[in-house]
Design a protein around this ligand. Structure first.
Ligand code: SF4
Length: 244
């Protein structure tokens, strides 16, 4: 088995499913992918909670809420003017190209839809791929700073490797490891706390999309709890034995 698949299997056996993304609808995921740009998830939760409390956590809610009101509701997520504009822009794109239907958006082929998303202002590869994988259940892997750090430290990619180089490397490596569902969960004592299953995390998707979903969630946990920016905890890390 290739080394990346070994990472996946080791983390999944130790920590099990991560139940990512914590959302009740695909549109809530889209909101989360934009709100989480350059901020911690706890801040995103506060912004989403404000939107939920006002009944604005929907396509209609974002469409109908005046920009200045939206800015105040999502203020806890930071960059609130920029992000409000991006939320409005996404809904305008949805309306103009797909009649306001996320189902129609996600029925498009992955490559074509990815290009459309990347053409939107403020939607980079990580946000586009998060939307495709977590809201649309497309078979694409999300690369974030934790992913880059992991593969740089283990010598798989150079320091300035392109986003798509890392994405394609992982996608190829995970094409055919054992299905995640057959893994037994061990080492629960050292398992970082994860989200409860949500409507989105439990939604039906292909086995490959589920594998990409789980591996990204596991890498996020790894980056938060072991593969820290400074002073990584390699001695206690489940991937420590793979370090040369
Ligand atoms: S903490 Fe160390 S062993 Fe774990 S993933 Fe990072 S570099 Fe590898």
């Amino acid at each position: 088995m290739n080394q990346i698949a070994n990472f996946y299997r080791t983390l999944h056996q130790d920590w099990g499913s991560q139940n990512w993304w914590p959302a009740e609808t695909a549109f809530e995921v889209v909101l989360g992918t934009i709100l989480t740009q350059n901020t911690a998830w706890t801040n995103v939760e506060r912004a989403l909670s404000n939107l939920r409390a006002k009944g604005k956590l929907s396509i209609e809610g974002i469409r109908e809420t005046p920009l200045d009101e939206l800015e105040q509701l999502i203020r806890p997520a930071g960059y609130f003017r920029q992000k409000s504009a991006r939320l409005k822009m996404f809904v305008a794109f949805l309306d103009a190209r797909y009649g306001g239907s996320l189902e129609r958006v996600f029925s498009q082929p992955t490559v074509a839809l990815r290009a459309e998303l990347l053409a939107l202002n403020g939607i980079g590869p990580e946000t586009a791929d998060s939307i495709l994988l977590y809201a649309g259940n497309h078979e694409i892997f999300v690369v974030d700073a934790y992913t880059r750090r992991l593969f740089e430290r283990h010598g798989f990619v150079a320091e300035k490797a392109r986003y798509d180089e890392i994405r394609e490397m992982v996608e190829e490596a995970l094409l055919s490891p054992p299905p995640f569902a057959t893994c037994e969960v061990g080492n629960l004592a050292q398992r970082p706390a994860c989200h409860e299953p949500s409507a989105v995390s439990a939604a039906a998707r292909s086995e490959l999309a589920q594998r990409f979903n789980e591996f990204h969630g596991l890498i996020v946990q790894l980056g938060k709890h072991y593969c820290l920016k400074t002073n990584p905890k390699c001695d206690a890390c489940p991937l420590g034995r793979f370090l040369r």
